[in-house]
Design a protein around this ligand. Structure first.
Ligand SMILES: [Zn+2]
Ligand SMILES: [Zn+2]
Length: 271
């Protein structure tokens, strides 16, 4: 049967005879249903519309895996070649044969994860294409799983999904919102993959964290403090958000930005 994909968020849903009435992800206050109403699409329809998977190198051992033209929320999936197997982070909501071949040529996929439910895309289709590779979902976000599957592994707090590669739960945007620490990234200075757990500003010199980015719902001080406390002990110089990258000095930028955020919450105008 057809795997249904929400046309707005590009998150896959089960292969039922008819699609659900509504996408619960988009009906939530953190996302949106477009003015035209709920719409579903399929892999076949997306292929006919010209979507394809593009795989490009971003730095040694890291490739972007993205749908072009942009699809759904539009995140850039990332494939890390860790030396102990590859991790596909925040897969696009689409998959095609050329994309599969490109990823296979890079060593395939040993694990799949995402910062939070919005950016899970076609995780299960990618998993099935690579020997049912485990798909890591924070237990706290279990209620948002749209396509249940035996490949899903629930975790909480911290999880070493491949040797040396750790998921760390920060909360905030979603209760299970997390980051992936890649110590070997950025030529050994360390990289943090944050998705929407820590968003990157348009200036690429600042970060933020929101309950909803698209509907502008902020987070309370304690949530921002928890994110800062959780990532502060990690060594990293580069930060990959869902849409942008801070190539260097990301650690002090995160600290400065989140302290500024809390200042504004307290009513203390920053410089
Ligand atoms: Zn949706
Ligand atoms: Zn999100």
């Amino acid at each position: 049967m057809t795997v249904w994909t929400c046309a707005t968020c590009a998150i896959e849903h089960p292969d039922t005879a008819a699609p659900p009435e509504i996408c619960e992800i988009c009906a939530d206050e953190r996302q949106y249903i477009p003015a035209g109403g709920q719409r579903w699409t399929t892999r076949e329809e997306l292929a006919a519309a010209g979507h394809r998977i593009r795989v490009t190198e971003l730095e040694p051992r890291l490739h972007a895996v993205e749908a072009v033209p942009e699809l759904g929320i539009g995140q850039r999936g990332l494939l890390i070649r860790s030396g102990h197997g590859n991790i596909l982070w925040e897969p696009p909501g689409y998959i095609d044969d050329a994309g599969l071949a490109a990823v296979r040529a890079l060593g395939g996929i040993a694990a799949i994860s995402a910062s939070h439910p919005h950016l899970t895309g076609s995780s299960i289709q990618w998993s099935h294409a690579f020997g049912n590779a485990p798909v890591y979902v924070a237990t706290a976000d279990g209620q948002w799983i749209r396509r249940p599957d035996p490949a899903i592994r629930l975790w909480e707090g911290r999880a070493e999904i491949l040797p040396g590669m750790r998921m760390i739960q920060c909360g905030g945007h979603f209760a299970g919102s997390s980051v992936l620490h890649w110590p070997a990234g950025a030529a050994g200075r360390g990289a943090l993959l944050t998705g929407d757990t820590i968003g990157i500003g348009a200036d690429r010199k600042s970060v933020n964290a929101m309950r909803s980015y698209v509907n502008n719902i902020p987070l309370p001080r304690k949530a921002i403090q928890r994110i800062l406390d959780t990532v502060s002990p990690l060594e990293f110089d580069r930060l990959y958000g869902a849409f942008r990258v801070i190539t260097a000095d990301a650690r002090p930028i995160v600290r400065r930005s989140l302290l500024r955020y809390m200042d504004w919450l307290e009513g203390i105008p920053a410089e």
